[in-house]
Each structure stands twice: as C-alpha cells, then as structure tokens.
Design a protein around this ligand. Structure first.
Ligand code: MG
Length: 403
C-alpha cells in the first residue's frame, strides 16, 4: 500500500545549557517577545512539505514547550507532535526522537530531518534543499566553507601549524536522512556503547554511509552566547517593520463600595467601580488599544458582557489575551501609554505600582509602560465624581508580511 511521502522533523531541545545567560534553558528564552523554540518551530511550519515536527525536550520542560508551541504562527500547528523526552546527550536525545517516530501510529517516515532548536533562522529554501539532497544521497548536511585561517595549537596555546582549510567545512543543521538508514545507524552506535557523537552525520558516517555536504547559510546562526541572543534580537527587530498604533477608551461609573481596581492594583476608595468584570477601566482601555493596533475587534467582541463566565473576572485576563494575540501574529508590543481621568482617587501615589502591575501582566519592561493622570477641572461626569475614564495608546510591531 502506498502513501504520500512523510517528512518528519526532530527538534533537539533537551539541553539544560545556560551558557547564553541565567535563568531558563536557552531554547525557552525570549527573542522578539517569543521563545526561541517558537521561532524554530515556525520556520518548519512554513514549509508545506514538512509532515510533522517532534520536539525532544527535557521532562521538566513540558509546560514551557506547550507554551512555545501555543505561540507559533507559521502554519497549521496540528503538525507539531506531543514532545518526546530526551536524555543526557544530544545523540541520545536524537535517538529518543527517532524511536518515538518509529513507535507512533502510522507508517514510518521516509525522510527525517534533525535540527538544533537553537537555530531559529533556518530558511524554507535551506530546508527544501537538504530534503532534496537526502532523497538523492540518503544522507545530507548543510555545511559552510571556512573563511578564517585555521591553526592547530597545542595545550599551552602555541601554534603547531596552519591547516589547509579548503577541504574543511563547518556542519550546520537541519541534517536530513533516509529514516531507516539513520535509525539503524543510531541503534548501532548505542549497541557499540557510543553516546557522545555531536551530530547525526557522524553517526551515519560511523555506520559507513556517505553523507553529502550542501551549501549552508551564513544566517543559520546557532544561538549559544549572550552576544548571539543580542544579535538574534536585533535581526528579528529589523524584520518587525509593520509599526502600528491603536487607541482605547473606557468609562466605568462609581457605585457603593470601598475600593477600585486600576491597572491591576487594588486601591482603597470610598466608592467602587460598577461593571460586569472587576471594572478595571485602565486595563480595559489598554486591552482595546492593543486590539485596535491589531485590527482584531474590541474587548466586548472577545469577552461579551452577556457571557456569565466573565462576571467578576479579573481584567488581567483580557489584557493577557490581547498580548497573546500580538505574539501569535509574530509581533511585539513596543509601548503602552495610559491616561486616567478622575478627581479621585489620587493616582500619583499609585503610579509606580500601576506601571509595575501593567508591565508584569503584559510581559514588558517598566520603561515600556507609561501611566498618567489628570482631572477634568470639575467639568463633566468625571468632574462631578460620577466615574472614571481611561484613555490608552498601544504601539506594536508586526512582521512586515503580516500587513
Ligand atoms: Mg470596561
């Protein structure tokens, strides 16, 4: 029985490496507002030939991986399989991925690509070329000629000689193989007790297979150091050239009570704000400003007051939803600016805690959130202390193609 060719991708993402800085494993650190792994998955989702994508992760990172997959925007994410769990070395993690693909229901893939999760800038063109080369040769890798002069040194750093670089290449990923060829080569390596080979081509070579080297891409950077993260951030920011501003406006009337919620901060007051949710007029205006920049409707369309589930809801839910919509479009929020209009409560003493609260909800640094306040000089409904009005502006950056 014949079936369409299956091309599977294993993303090796089980490392715990924190050479790129403190905190999260590097594949979950944010560049351009989204986890590194999200960008890498998107690169493969953009290639229609790719049938399925299997992340191989550390067992502690299931939630981080689910979040990274949820933020993809490159295509039908149904093609991302539930993750497999990796082991101590890159080789054993890749092997775990191959075994998971062999064990899943359905026919085994014809072609498998193994890719470092830390190379988010792989292009559809390179993916297509390495697949074609694997069809022809059974095993293929992208590789770069070396431009620096290469020296051999001894243990004390003294130069022993100059190496002829013409026959040398630096190997990249994705590396593509006939699936059964690579699975058998991995099984054989494990059977020999070998578990520290640093790429899959080395495993195929050790099994006696010929591996074709095709031209790699200089932009196919492997993100390792803090400097690499800074360069990746700069490269992504240059791509986010569709700059948009949205505005939001909201009013809530005062009602009996002893506190109001403004910007996610509970402020003692001799009245409350009336509303279906917690009536946080500031977060509502900010949510609408972001939705406006996206041209994706308004807060009432996404969270209708007629829907009982939002009764008494914390308004940070609404702002977080708008922020996630920006991420799903591949964009970032550059700035949020809020103006509150009321005679009371006094906003000044709460300004810093409101900025910190909004920044935390939106996942922004403090210097990207402004909170301002004014009275209306005793005029109108705010002047008569009948309620609070809020105005907001959001500046966001989207990938140019999204416009
Ligand atoms: Mg409202």
């Amino acid at each position: 029985m014949s079936h369409p060719e299956t091309i599977s991708v294993i993303l090796v993402a089980a490392g715990r490496g924190s050479r790129a800085g403190e905190g999260l494993p590097k594949q979950y650190r944010l560049i351009g507002g989204r986890p590194l792994l999200t960008h890498t998955i998107d690169a493969f989702l953009a290639v229609p030939e790719v049938s399925e994508i299997l992340p191989v992760i550390h067992p502690d990172d299931e939630n981080l991986c689910a979040r990274a997959v949820g933020l993809t925007c490159g295509g039908n994410r149904q093609r991302v399989l539930p993750p497999a769990f990796g082991a101590d070395t890159r080789q054993t993690s890749a092997h775990a991925g191959l075994r998971a693909l062999a064990a899943r229901p359905g026919p085994a893939p014809e072609i498998v690509l193994i890719h470092d999760a830390a190379r988010p800038f792989v292009t559809a063109h390179l993916i297509g070329r390495v697949i074609a080369a694997a069809r022809e040769h059974g095993a293929a890798i992208p590789a770069m000629a070396l431009t620096d002069t290469i020296k051999q040194v001894d243990g004390s750093g003294l130069v022993l000689g100059t190496v002829d670089r013409n026959s040398l290449r630096a190997a990249q990923t994705p590396q593509a193989f006939a699936f059964q060829l690579l699975l058998a080569a991995h099984d054989a390596a494990i059977a020999r007790g070998q578990s520290d080979l640093t790429d899959d081509a080395a495993i195929a070579e050790a099994a006696g297979h010929r591996v074709a080297a095709i031209a790699g891409e200089a932009g196919n950077l492997k993100i390792t150091t803090p400097g690499d993260f800074a360069r990746a951030e700069a490269a992504l920011t240059r791509q986010l050239a569709d700059i948009r501003t949205g505005q939001g406006f909201d009013v809530h009337a005062f009602a009996p009570g002893d506190h109001v919620w403004l910007g996610g901060v509970r402020i003692a007051h001799d009245k409350a704000l009336a509303g279906h949710s917690d009536a946080d007029v500031a977060l509502h205006a900010l949510t609408d400003a972001i939705l406006g920049a996206l041209a994706e409707g308004d807060i009432g369309a996404h969270f209708p007051p007629s829907d009982l589930q939002w009764k008494g809801a914390r308004s940070e839910i609404f702002l977080k939803d708008a922020v996630a919509r920006v991420a799903r479009r591949g964009g970032v929020i550059a700035h949020l600016d809020l103006t509150l209009i009321c005679e009371a409560p006094k906003i000044g003493p709460q300004r810093d805690s409101m900025r910190a609260s909004i920044a935390a909800i939106a996942g922004l640094s403090l210097d990207r959130v402004a909170v301002k306040a004014t009275t209306s000089e005793g005029l109108g409904f705010t002047g008569r202390r009948e309620g609070i009005a809020a105005m907001a502006a959001a500046t966001i950056r989207l990938p140019e193609a999204a416009g």
